[in-house]
Structures are given as C-alpha cells and as structure tokens.
Design a protein around this ligand. Structure first.
Ligand code: NAD
Length: 499
C-alpha cells in the first residue's frame, strides 16, 4: 500500500446531523444516535440520529399531505423541471462538501466520490427533460362513439431505502425520477452513510422543492426500514440492498399490497474470449472488480475465461492488480479505498479462506493490508474455481475475482446463467456476432460489450432472477413511479339501456 499523506484533513469532531422532514431540520433531541467511524481512518466522522417509528409516521403524514394537496404533482412539467435543474446546480455548488463526507462515511476513493457527485448532478439534469416529456396515450380506434385516454399519474408517497455503497449516486438514480413523476418521498439511507442524503434534502429545499415533498428519516434497517416496508400509508417502496433484506421488504409490503421495486445483489460474469483484445479486457476486468473496492452490485466478480488463454489472461490480471493504487481514501491518487466495516472485512476474508478450502488457488492477494488505521484488502484472484464453489455462487462484495475456465461459447453462457443472480454481465471479444449471441442469451438486466460498469441515466438498470424486480432510470425508471389510468369518453348521445 502506498504510504501517502492525504491532501484533505480529517474533521476535528464528528459532524452532527438531525433529520429532515417538512422542509426543515429536526434536531436529535433525546433520541439515540450513532457515530459513524471512517472505514479508512478509524475516527468518528458523523453523528446520526436514530429515528423511531413515530418519526417515520410523522414523516409519512407530512409526505401524504404534500401529495394530497398537489403542491408538487399539480405543477406543470416545466415547473418540476425548473426545480430539478436548480437542484443539479445546487449539487455542483456543494460538490466538494458532498464528496468529502461521502468519502469519510463510505471509505471510497475521493476521486471516485467526486465523479459520482458530478454524475448525480447530470442525472437531475436528465430528469428535468423527463419531467417535461412524460406522457400517456390516446386510443382513437374504439369506434366513433368512444375516445380513450391513458394517463400516467404519480403513484403517491414513495418509501426509498438505499444501501451504503453508493449513497449519493443511488439516491440520484431514484429521487429525480420519482420527482419527475410527481411523487412525494420519505427516504431512509443506510445507517452507515446518511450524510449525503441529508445534504441533498437541504439542496432540494433551496432549489424550490415545496416543503414535505422530500423527507429523510435516518435510523436502522430493522427499526425504520422494516416499518417503512410495512407502512399502511406508503404507496410504493423502492428498495436497493441485499437480496436477503429485499425478501423481508417484499414480505412486509404485503400489509397494504404496496408496489415494490427491488434492486438487489449480483454475481456478475466477465466473459473473456480468446479473440478479445486481452490487455484491454484485463484492464476492464480489474476495474470491474476493484471499483468501489468490489463493493458494487454490478461488480464483475466472476471471470469466465476461454481455457486456451486462461493462464495468460490471469497473469495479465495479476500484473494489473499489482498496479492498482490502494490507499488513503482522501488522497486524490487513490483508486481503491477501504472496506466499509469490520464485519464486512471479516466476511470478505472468510470467503477467500473458504475458496481456498474448497480447492481454489490464491493467484495473488488473499489477505488484508496491514495499516495503522482502516481496513484494506489486496485485490485477490482466485484461480481454478469451479462454478459450484461458494466463491463462484455467492456475492462476496469485495475486491475478489473468481476465475473459471470455459471451452465453448455455449458453456460460457451456461456458466454465466448458472447462478441465482442476474444483475449484470460483460463480454469481451473482437467478434461482434459472438458478442451479440452471448448478450442475447445471458440472463442479466445490465450488459456490456467490451466495456463494463458504465452508462448513463438514459439506460435502465435492474435485475433478472433474484437480483430484483422493476427498473430504475431512463423512461422505464420514471414510469415505475406512475399509476396508469384509462379514461373512456363517450361521444354523442347515450343508447338507452332501460326501456
Ligand atoms: P442491506 O440489505 O443490508 O441494507 C440496505 C438498506 O436496507 C439499508 O438502508 C438498511 O438499513 C436497510 N434495511 C436493513 N434491514 C432492513 C429491513 N429488515 N427492512 C427494511 N430495510 C432494511 O444492504 P447493504 O449491505 O447496505 O448493501 C449491499 C447490498 O446492496 C449488496 O447486496 C448489493 O449488491 C446491493 N446493491 C444493489 C444495487 C442494485 O442496483 N441492484 C445497488 C447497490 C447495492
């Protein structure tokens, strides 16, 4: 690990946050709180309020009132777009502040956090267009005595539950789409990473979002998250997190049959053919598993590589792993930052051990990096993995790549699909026919050819199989937050039914 001194200093004391309801901060008061310790520095950086179910109920009441009186949904698309554009500008104004706290709470590299904040602002800009272009349909083919209209209405009050790995970016992939549709929101960020959601609430108010349209209640999953999923006055839950928790959310949502969008875990394959540009493919594969220290839902954590080049390709990956700059998350040169929590660190190391016990060989890495503070894990390549091993089937959520050889295109597809998850997949080949054949057969919601983990808000995201239901982003995403209504309009005099 580079011994590099950060160019930004650490906070002298934890930043204290209340929570945000009805367009204003609510102080912690006598509620319990939690101190978030920076994963890269081992010092407390933020102090977060642990809200109660009563706080959630209050926030839902406020969001319901804001929805009912149409203070937001009653605006024109232009009016909504105006607020979204101002929110984007507000994000850009506070970009450095957001990236700083995001880095301290998540442990991610600050250069990456800065990119995410910039990308988030751009999503709000995209959604300004969506607010104006969202529309329904007409049916002029119902005969001369009937005209049919199909309108889209905002679904109502949305409960938004998000994880710790991309706290600000994932919010941006959800909030402006919900707002473009005209919904009101109660958000619950992960208890580990609440700062950026609270800052966003302040930005939205300043941008002119009416009070009560976006609210943030902080706290734990089992208390606030579970109550949100079961809440009788929430119309939809957008949940992003693990598959295990997603199942709980789905079960709890049956209380009032609310609509549920689930963005869950993954075990995404990187399929590398012998005819690929191997150097570029290796670069992409290394990026795909090191991005966010592998704590990424679409992390390309399964390397499916054509047997004839497997050894050569693994050597390339090992060489590139050695060059990844691991270090202090606050240093702008750092590419791979810290692991989010001690428990998660142990989980990742446990998987590496299990892989070895099951017969995989550690080609490089395989252990934690000894540092005075924080938790860092060497990028790890597990070679000789078979698709039945836990390291091939389960989400490790760390910088750990499991390499599995294949002999034919058909076998590559079969291996890719032989998993409970279906979130993402990448294929690397110089033969476009082969690429398309694989991509058409692979069961995954987000796919890439000769690249990985990239895209824009125009493109939908979401999973097949146990990676989730529904789609976020793009026109597909905004439509998820609408109800469809069919309107039948009679033309001319009614044919009497009676007499
Ligand atoms: P998690 O499931 O532990 O927590 C996610 C959120 O759910 C947090 O806000 C948490 O407080 C809350 N929560 C916990 N228990 C709850 C309960 N019983 N009811 C309601 N809410 C509850 O996930 P995590 O560890 O924060 O995030 C990592 C996981 O998220 C990985 O599995 C990753 O693949 C997934 N993820 C998926 C996507 C995607 O777009 N598909 C994106 C990012 C992360």
């Amino acid at each position: 690990m580079d011994t590099i001194s950060p160019s930004l200093s650490l906070p002298d004391s934890p930043r204290e946050f209340g929570f945000y309801v009805g367009g204003r901060w609510i102080e912690r008061g006598l509620r319990k709180h939690m101190e978030r310790v920076s994963p890269g520095h081992d010092i407390p950086v933020t102090r977060i309020t642990l809200c109660t179910k009563d706080d959630l109920d209050d926030a839902v009441r406020v969001a319901r009132r804001a929805f009912k009186d149409r203070r937001w949904s009653g605006l024109s698309g232009t009016g909504r777009a105006d607020v979204l554009l101002k929110a984007a500008a507000g994000i850009r104004e506070r970009a450095e502040e957001i990236a700083y706290w995001e880095t301290l709470e998540t442990g991610k590299a600050i250069s990456q956090a800065r990119n995410e904040v910039d990308g988030a602002a751009s999503i709000y800009e995209y959604c300004a267009g969506t607010a104006r272009s969202l529309h329904g349909d007409t049916f002029n083919n119902l005969g001369d005595k009937m005209l049919g209209l199909v309108t889209r209405e905002p679904i109502g009050v949305v409960g938004l539950i998000i994880p710790w790995n991309f706290p600000f970016f994932i919010l941006a992939e959800r909030i402006p789409f919900m707002l473009a549709a005209g919904c009101t929101i109660v958000a619950k960020p992960s208890e580990l990473t609440s700062a950026s959601a609270l800052i966003m609430a302040e930005i939205l108010t300043k941008a002119g979002l009416p009070d009560g349209v976006f609210n943030v209640v902080t706290g734990t999953g089992p208390e606030v998250g579970q109550a949100m999923a079961a809440h009788m006055d929430i119309d939809m839950i957008s949940f992003t997190g693990s598959t295990v928790t997603g199942r709980n959310v789905l079960l709890a949502s049956s209380s009032n049959f609310k609509k549920v969008g689930l963005e869950l875990g993954g075990k995404s394959p990187q399929i590398v053919f012998a005819d690929a540009n191997l150097d570029e493919a290796a670069d992409g594969v290394v990026f795909g598993v090191c991005f966010n220290a592998g704590q990424c839902c679409v992390s390309g954590s399964r390397l499916l590589v054509e047997r004839s080049i497997a050894e050569k390709f693994e050597r390339l990956v090992v060489e590139k792993f050695a060059k990844v700059r691991i270090g202090d998350p606050l240093d702008p040169r750092t590419q791979l930052g810290a692991i989010v929590s001690p428990a998660h660190n142990e989980k990742i190391l446990g998987y590496i051990k299990k892989g070895e016990e099951e017969g995989a060989r550690i080609a490089c890495g395989g252990k934690a990096i000894g540092t005075k503070a924080g938790r860092f894990i060497h990028p790890t390549l597990l070679s000789g993995v078979s698709n039945t091993m836990a390291v091939a089937r389960e989400e490790i959520f760390g910088p750990v790549l499991s390499s599995i050889p294949f002999d034919s295109l058909e076998e590559a597809v079969e291996l890719a699909n032989d998993n409970d998850y279906g979130l993402a997949a990448s294929v690397w080949t110089s033969n476009i026919d082969k690429a398309l054949q694989v991509i058409r057969s692979v069961q995954a919601g987000r796919t890439w050819v000769n690249t990985t983990i990239t895209g824009g808000p125009e493109m939908p995201i979401g999973g097949f199989k146990q990676s989730g239901t529904g789609r976020e982003t793009g026109v597909y995403g905004v439509e998820e937050y609408t109800e469809i209504k069919s309107i039948h309009i009679a033309i001319g005099r009614r044919e009497p039914w009676v007499g």
